[in-house]
Design a protein around this ligand. Sequence first.
Ligand SMILES: Nc1ncnc2c1ncn2[C@@H]1O[C@H](COP(=O)(O)OP(=O)(O)OP(=O)(O)O)[C@@H](O)[C@H]1O
Ligand SMILES: [Mg+2]
Length: 464
Amino acid sequence: MIPLTLAEIAALTGGTLVPADTGALVTGPVVIDSRRATDGALFAALPGEHADGHDYAPAAVAAGAAGVLAARPVPGVPAVVVPDVTVALGALARAVLARLPAAAVTGITGSSGKTSTKDLTAQLVEHLGPTIAPEGSFNNEIGLPLTVLRADAATRFLVLEMSARGIGHIAALCEIAPPRIGAVLNVGRAHAGEFGSLDAVAKAKGELPEALPAGGVAVLNADDPRVVAMAARTAARVVTFGVRDTSAAVRAEDIRLDDLGRASFRLLMHDVAAPVTLRLHGAHHVPNALAAAAIAGELGMGTPAVAAALNAATARSKRRMELHERPDGVLVVNDSYNANPDSARAAIEALRHLAQGGRRGFAVLGHMAELGDIADDSHAEIGRLAAQAGVAGLIAVGEEALPVLMGARAETGWHGTAIAAPDALGAVAALDNLLQPGDVVLVKASKSAGLWEVADRLLAEGAP
Ligand SMILES: Nc1ncnc2c1ncn2[C@@H]1O[C@H](COP(=O)(O)OP(=O)(O)OP(=O)(O)O)[C@@H](O)[C@H]1O
Ligand SMILES: [Mg+2]
């Protein structure tokens, strides 16, 4: 972060300094968890689900924080008092960014693959200069400004993940951090309950290309008609990427998957070809890699350098298609971070591939949240896909996931085992009776289902 006095922060956020004569200097980081406060930190007091950040302000200051950003004065604590701490965080981030003209901002959005693509992109542009990218999935009105506020005078690139749960959300994030490059990965059914239709999702994601300036670059997925149509909604130059569309500017040819589902392909960009072998599992990471390549290409990286960096890039964020082989040869695919109908389809496709070499495939599927009216049908469809993929066993965890089993049973010709488990422990118990050495088991659900416990226990059981 660039050093700012608490008085400057008050001026930039329209807040009131309490006490008015404090000369406190904030050198960063900006934190929302008092346990992460260090010398010179700014603690932003946010209302939480279970606690009020203001109660932790004294602890943050005791841990070294120079002051707090708060909605009301906290006795004995130097503070900038603002009407809305989240809004003030955004205003502060925007003001800090305005002082860093050398930092090029890239925004990445889409229904699936934002974090994966952000992590890949960061691992490319880090070769070009100092880069700031969020940890994990810091992609909303709190996580994005916290990420921006990590930038300082040395920062050359900011690679930001932008999420939307409604219309106007991405436009607001683009106000905080005006992007020069904006990538839209796909328009899918994540948060269908809130959006209502794919067209509404497209409207929301299209706010990113809309926010780009004339000198900017919109990186659009040529394989997704709703994404490529966003070319009409931007003043920026359009660069397309695609796996299927052979007219895309950045594309992959001769895609092959190894026995662990890692893709090799020929990257074509700027009329130059270079071989790539990803370390990530699943064919769905190919478009993510192409989006990352397109962004890095626009930031000045040549095709061979992009390919070399993609070859070296690892999965930085946890529980997304993580593969672990137990000593008994059971392969556990931990994709329990999150799920929506599109990422579940991608995971089942990967499972089908992993089970090709003689392994038997099992899928443990939990609730996919926030799907509204399409929830039951979407779960049934994933069950049907799993049956079509020929899984030996399908375990639905929790009541909301039961339609998965109905979908699978409706697939004539499927003779696998279908089990309803009440919870994660029930799923593990069922698997204990089913799994044999060499089997592969996929674990996938929305975060709220907490199915990483299944993956964690399976791996702990297999430990020597
Ligand atoms: N292009 C893609 N198409 C379909 N599924 C994908 C794609 N990229 C990643 N996934 C899968 O989607 C899940 C979430 O991936 P990731 O965290 O990268 O997405 P995200 O868009 O950041 O999600 P969130 O909205 O939760 O932040 C993982 O299971 C991952 O394997
Ligand atoms: Mg994410």
